[in-house]
Design a protein around this ligand. Structure first.
Ligand SMILES: N[C@@H](CCC(=O)N[C@@H](CS)C(=O)NCC(=O)O)C(=O)O
Length: 303
């Protein structure tokens, strides 16, 4: 198998979600540093437009969104399973809550308290990622912070009887809640709220102590060379379906349904009930196969 490459930046919370899973599985991986704000000239040749972080690359295969990245890691590194089948539904529901509601309640207040850790254009970059109607309906920051405090109370209750969110072992639910609280710890007022819960602090330390797996840094130029010199495997997975709405060969545009709605345009190579893979040809990296989850994404036919 070609090397696992994660395009990320150090402060990225969602990258920490994936890195905690590299730790759990003791994966050997390469970290490629990408900018914290747009433009991302060494990332978009791979994705075709998608700018969010992290993005996983394996040869000429590009995986967008941590939901999909983690599924792919589970498939490829199945000898160190993450979430037992009987807990997967609960773990995915908690992860969806953490990635959206908990993340919004933490990120809103945090971004005003981490200005010395981020570039000067950070706030305007993140504001431009939001749809105008979302910006117009923004709730008062004190309310959002109060919601975060209530979220912490729920997490604390969930952790009160066991070492991890769903029992005595680390699962997807831990990775998803961990990345948000670990990031919130950069903001002094949110860190003070987390510090009121010794159980949560011990759990955060337990996950941070797991490490990062076997990490090696890689230059962006090397990652782009790897994509250019590799050819995608277009074989559909065993659970591929014939989808009348998204037929193989159709050109489509894909974008997240929440924020950061940059489009990727490509030709459908295969679809499953939960995923989609599109082929793109890029002047810098040649043919790549870009993989997306269906959950949280909009698809539109293009001619
Ligand atoms: N649904 C996406 C969310 C990823 C996300 O929001 N990532 C943040 C960074 S942690 C982001 O892309 N922010 C804008 C940027 O980095 O350009 C996922 O699960 O991967």
């Amino acid at each position: 198998m070609a090397d696992v490459i994660l395009h990320h930046y150090e402060m990225s919370p969602f990258s920490k979600k994936v890195i905690s899973i590299f730790a759990h599985k003791n994966v050997a991986w390469h970290a490629v540093d990408q900018p914290i704000t747009a433009p991302k000239p060494d990332l978009t040749p791979l994705t075709g437009g998608y700018r969010k972080i992290p993005v996983m690359q394996i040869g000429a295969h590009i995986y967008c969104d941590t939901k999909l990245i983690i599924r792919e890691l589970e498939r490829r590194f199945s000898d160190t399973p993450l979430t037992p089948t009987e807990l997967l539904g609960a773990a995915e529901l908690i992860a969806d809550w953490a990635d959206h509601r908990l993340f919004a309640n933490a990120a809103g207040p945090s971004i005003f308290e981490i200005t010395e850790l981020v570039p000067p254009d950070f706030l305007s970059d993140r504001a431009a990622m939001q749809r105008p109607e979302v910006m117009a309906a923004a709730l008062p920051i004190e309310h959002v912070k109060a919601q975060f405090v209530l979220d912490l109370a729920m997490i604390n209750r969930q952790l009160s009887g066991s070492a991890f969110m769903l029992g005595e072992r680390f699962t997807l639910a831990d990775a998803a809640v961990f990345h948000v609280l670990n990031f919130a710890g950069n903001a002094p007022s949110l860190a003070a709220e987390i510090a009121k819960h010794a159980t949560i602090e011990k759990w955060l330390k337990r996950i941070n102590d797991m490490g990062e797996g076997q990490r090696n840094d890689m230059a962006t130029s090397e990652a782009l060379d790897i994509a250019r010199n590799a050819s995608p495997d277009y074989t559909p997975p065993a659970d591929a379906i014939a989808d009348e709405a998204l037929p193989v060969g159709q050109m489509i545009a894909i974008k997240p349904d929440d924020y950061g709605q940059e489009e990727t345009v490509g030709e459908i190579v295969w679809a499953t009930r939960e995923m989609l893979a599109v082929k793109r040809t890029d002047t810098q990296v040649g043919e790549v196969l870009v993989h997306y989850p269906r959950l949280g994404y909009l698809f539109e036919a293009r001619s």
